[in-house]
Design a protein around this ligand. Structure first.
Ligand SMILES: N=CN[C@@H](CCC(=O)O)C(=O)O
Ligand SMILES: [Zn+2]
Length: 356
């Protein structure tokens, strides 16, 4: 009996496999020798999964007599894996274009934040928006990301800060996970900013005593799938102690630690993340040498966000040093109302890789 397959990508000039032994990541000098097949074909099965990759002649003889719903001649073309966007804030209402003028006039990210703008502005608008409204704009944003080659997106909540709106955002992410054709990793980021009227300690207590237990219950019932916990660990936001308490609370309920650290000020966030067994830390423009070494030893990924450093006129993170020291380095667009970038290819063009 002849088998039928969904797709044959035939005779590509290159198929980039990245790795051949099923490694979950490459570090250091291994990154200089990516696995690339020349003159190769790829077969995709009816379940959407890759059935075979190999030299075009081998695939041709192996699948001779079998049928394909579609064949694409890839001569002269390169087949790449889907891009992974490891850091986004894609669920929100309320444009912040007016802040660009403030920044051009000299205001810093924190000036705007402390004056009640920035994240706080988005929180007010997101609290007022309906779940349907949030889903519609989120869906459009994800479609723009897919068109730019992204197939897996890490999506954060964090523009609610109160339990009600954080859950509304997580439900929107959950719905997209179920209805749309791309992979999502959901991050609870209830500690994205200190809500008006609370201190950081009070906000941390609220998260630990009310948000996390409710999330645990909803996850246990299968109503929500949350993968990660995030905190904005920054001077004037959550300090190292409150960050530690919140991350430990999330870890205890089975969430992976994946947080914002060492962005605007050196906070020793990298050292904390390494100690807590964090999966990833984002930003790291101000990471210390000790923090880099600790992250390498702990196999903690650095998620670098070149777009943000460019937008906020920060120094770029020390990507080259991190790579040379064996840190796992990933990239994110950091799509958010302040960094309007859907495209991972856009992040590759920024000068983060140049030796400093
Ligand atoms: N630094 C904190 N959070 C975001 C910005 C979110 C916002 O400004 O709305 C970031 O990763 O860049
Ligand atoms: Zn962020």
């Amino acid at each position: 009996m002849t088998s039928s397959h969904r797709l044959l990508l035939e005779n590509a000039q290159q198929v980039v496999l990245v790795c051949v032994r099923g490694e979950r990541f490459l570090t250091g000098s291994a990154l200089r020798s990516l696995a690339v097949l020349e003159g190769a074909s790829v077969v995709v099965g009816t379940d959407g999964l890759i059935k075979a990759v190999g030299p075009a002649a081998v695939i041709q003889s192996q699948f001779s007599g079998e049928t394909f719903e579609e064949r694409i001649d890839c001569s002269g073309k390169c087949i790449l894996p889907g891009l992974v966007d490891a850091h986004t804030h894609p669920v929100w209402a309320g444009e912040r274009v007016h802040e660009f003028a403030m920044k051009l006039a000299g205001a810093t990210y924190m000036d705007i934040h402390q004056a009640g703008g920035g994240i706080n502005f988005t929180v007010e608008h997101t609290r007022q928006a309906s779940e349907e409204e949030l889903f519609c704009s989120f869906q459009q944003r994800l479609q723009c990301m897919m068109r730019a080659g992204t197939t897996l997106v890490e999506c954060k909540s964090g523009y609610g800060l109160n339990l009600e709106t954080e859950l509304k955002m997580l439900r929107v992410i959950e719905r997209a996970r179920r209805e749309l054709h791309l992979s999502l990793s959901a991050t609870y980021c209830g500690a994205h900013s200190v809500p008006k009227g609370k201190t950081a300690v009070e906000a941390a207590d609220d998260i630990i005593n009310h948000h996390l237990p409710r999330l645990k219950e909803l996850s246990r019932n299968g109503d929500l799938h949350v993968d990660n916990i995030d905190v904005f660990c920054e001077k004037g936001v959550f300090d190292l102690d409150t960050t530690r308490r919140i991350l430990e609370g999330g870890k205890k309920m089975g969430l992976q630690i994946n947080f914002h650290g060492d962005e605007l000020h050196p906070m020793k966030a990298a050292e904390l993340g390494a100690e807590l067994g964090a999966q990833a830390i984002s930003h790291l423009e101000e990471v210390s040498d000790e923090g880099i070494a600790a992250m390498a030893a702990a196999r903690c990924s650095a998620v670098l966000l070149p777009t943000t450093a460019y937008m906020l006129r920060l120094k770029q993170p020390r990507a080259r040093k991190m790579l040379d020291e064996g840190v796992i380095v990933a990239l994110g667009s950091d799509f958010n109302p302040n960094a309007y970038c859907f495209s991972m290819m856009g992040t590759f063009d920024l000068p983060v890789w140049r030796p400093s």
